[in-house]
Design a binder for this molecule. Structure first.
Ligand code: SIN
Length: 535
């Protein structure tokens, strides 16, 4: 389907324009760390949709995987990542991730990040699913918050970095296949702003909001992947959506994560009848790769006709749990669940998108000057299923890669900017539609037909429904955030469905009940999506 190039009509002559060397979209770990790794002589703007404190990274509980303990090594971390990735990881990217991990963690120490220690000189290493060693460094069960709090306070102290909050980036501006900046909406002034730059980095995180239940914050509507797609960037591996196995199941909260680290400490999963079931599904039981655990829970829920299962860590004493998992302990208690005595009701929920904007190991996309890192990007490190606690690390390692090469990119394009003028106008019309209802319907369709288990019939039905919305919304005049988000959610849903239909096998997080085997003979390595080619 031929979508419009930009979500809005505009004429650069009539819009306030600012100039920076580097624009970073998104304020999670990938965005903030890229800014810190960029040489201080460059002017940087971090544009963030909400406040800088709101991102997926802040919510990360478990920790950061790094092979620093005795008996561990980057080679073992590499092996575990490849195993979880179910044959689809890019080995070069994975090696960069695991071999550069320690260097980036050193920098976090320098920034004052405090990780838990077993003694003053020794880090404490936790265990998570599919890791063969204890290698998760953590700050209680609020690791993302500890890391981001420290990094954000450093970013705020830098004169060369401006933070623009409540700024919705609508589209990437390009000229002759090169990134020139972005068009954004400033909520505080209710005005459009053009940001021109030599380099644009997309670090907008994932798109969990296209599902009904997700651990992602409300901002995760896939705006980054969609602006990249509209500008002609390639997207890859979109069919691989990770569902976290254990998300609190409670009438007042169904998005709160119960970290995998709880299973790492020995918690077991029980079905609604109290029976432990994971050993029936996988030899690693509760510590099997995440896709296996989520699917097993899903099947057990179906079998027992229930909406959830239970996580049982009642064999640990209260003081220990309160100390090791303060956030989880407190939150459960708020809902009347004392995890030292009660089973915690849990169900899988969308958690992470393995796919995203296709990049190489330097964060480069196929558009010159346009980079991506973190969950928004896809350089093949996660393959078909991300290994637990590799995502904060991804933001650090590949954010750093982008920051370190910015000098050469900026210097190369310095003469080109700032001349840039575009007038873009279409025949779009005003439509008064029930946007909230469409949004909810999209999320329902994605959950029902493009969830943990898919098949051709369901995906085809979903494709038709979403396609109808896409057609209907195509010529709508988009004037506010609700419109841009809705357009992005519908577009992305349709791209995810197309990819899921195209992959006729089961692999990692993509499970097709009509092709239940992994097809190692005729399989498609990557499904790459590009505007105008396969959509
Ligand atoms: C968790 O704490 O279970 C989440 C860790 C992750 O997603 O890597």
């Amino acid at each position: 389907m031929d979508d419009y190039r930009y979500l809005v009509d505009f004429d650069t002559k009539n819009i306030e324009t600012c100039f920076f060397d580097v624009i970073i979209i998104g304020s999670g770990i990938a965005g903030v760390y890229t800014a810190l790794e960029t040489p201080p002589e460059y002017e940087i703007a971090i544009l963030t949709k909400e406040t800088i404190e709101i991102s997926n990274s802040v919510l990360a509980q478990g920790g950061i995987a790094v092979s620093l303990d005795k008996g561990d090594s980057p080679e073992l971390h590499f092996k575990d990542t490849i195993y979880a990735g179910a044959g689809l990881c890019n080995e070069e990217s994975v090696w960069v991730l695991v071999s550069e991990a320690a260097k980036q963690i050193e920098k976090l120490f320098d920034y004052g990040v405090n990780f838990d220690r077993r003694s003053p000189g020794e880090l404490e290493f936790g265990r998570e699913a599919a890791h063969s060693k204890n290698r998760i460094i953590h700050a209680g069960d609020s690791t993302g918050k500890e890391v981001l709090d420290k990094l954000i306070s450093v970013v705020k102290s830098k004169n060369n970095i401006k933070i623009k909050e409540r700024t919705f980036v609508i589209d990437l501006l390009t000229d002759n296949g090169e990134a020139r900046g972005v068009i954004a909406y400033d909520e505080d002034s209710s005005k459009m702003v053009i940001y021109l730059a030599h380099v644009v980095v997309c670090a907008t995180g994932g798109f969990g909001q296209i599902y009904e239940n997700t651990t992602n914050p409300e901002v995760a509507t896939g705006d980054g992947a969609c602006l990249a797609y509209r500008a002609g960037a390639e997207l890859m591996d979109l069919e691989f959506i990770q569902f976290h196995p254990t998300v609190l199941y409670h009438p007042e909260n169904d998005s709160f994560l119960i970290s995998e680290a709880v299973r790492g400490e020995g918690a077991v999963l029980r079905n609604i009848e109290g029976e432990r079931f994971m050993p029936r599904y996988h030899e690693m039981a509760e510590l099997a790769p995440r896709d296996v655990v989520s699917r097993s829970i899903f099947m057990e829920m179906k079998k027992t006709n229930s909406t959830h299962v239970y996580l049982d860590i009642t064999f640990k004493d209260r003081d220990y749990l309160e100390h090791r998992f303060p956030n989880i302990f407190r939150t459960c208690l708020n809902y009347g669940i004392d995890m030292s005595r009660d089973y915690i009701p849990v169900a899988p929920a969308e958690h992470y998108c393995m796919g995203g904007i296709r990049t190489d190991i330097y964060g480069r996309t196929n558009i010159k000057g346009f980079y991506a890192c973190g969950e928004a990007a896809c350089n093949g490190i996660h393959g078909a299923n991300r290994l637990a606690s590799n995502s904060l690390l991804e933001g650090l390692v590949f954010g750093s890669k982008i920051g370190l090469q910015i000098t050469s990119v900026v210097e190369e394009s310095r003469n080109g900017i700032p001349e840039y003028s575009v007038r873009y106008s279409t025949d779009r019309v005003r439509k008064d539609i029930a946007k909230k209802a469409i949004r909810n319907d999209v999320r329902r369709i994605m959950t029902e037909y493009t969830g943990i288990i898919r098949n051709k019939e369901g995906l085809t039905h979903a494709k038709q429904k979403i396609q109808q919305y896409r057609e209907f919304l195509k010529n709508m005049r988009n004037t506010e955030m609700e419109d841009w988000e809705l357009q992005n959610m519908v577009l992305l849903s349709s791209l995810v469905i197309n990819s899921a239909l195209e992959r006729e096998e089961s692999r990692g997080a993509h499970y097709r009940s009509d092709f239940s085997k992994t097809d190692d003979e005729n399989w498609k390595k990557h499904i790459i999506i590009k505007k105008g080619e396969n959509t």
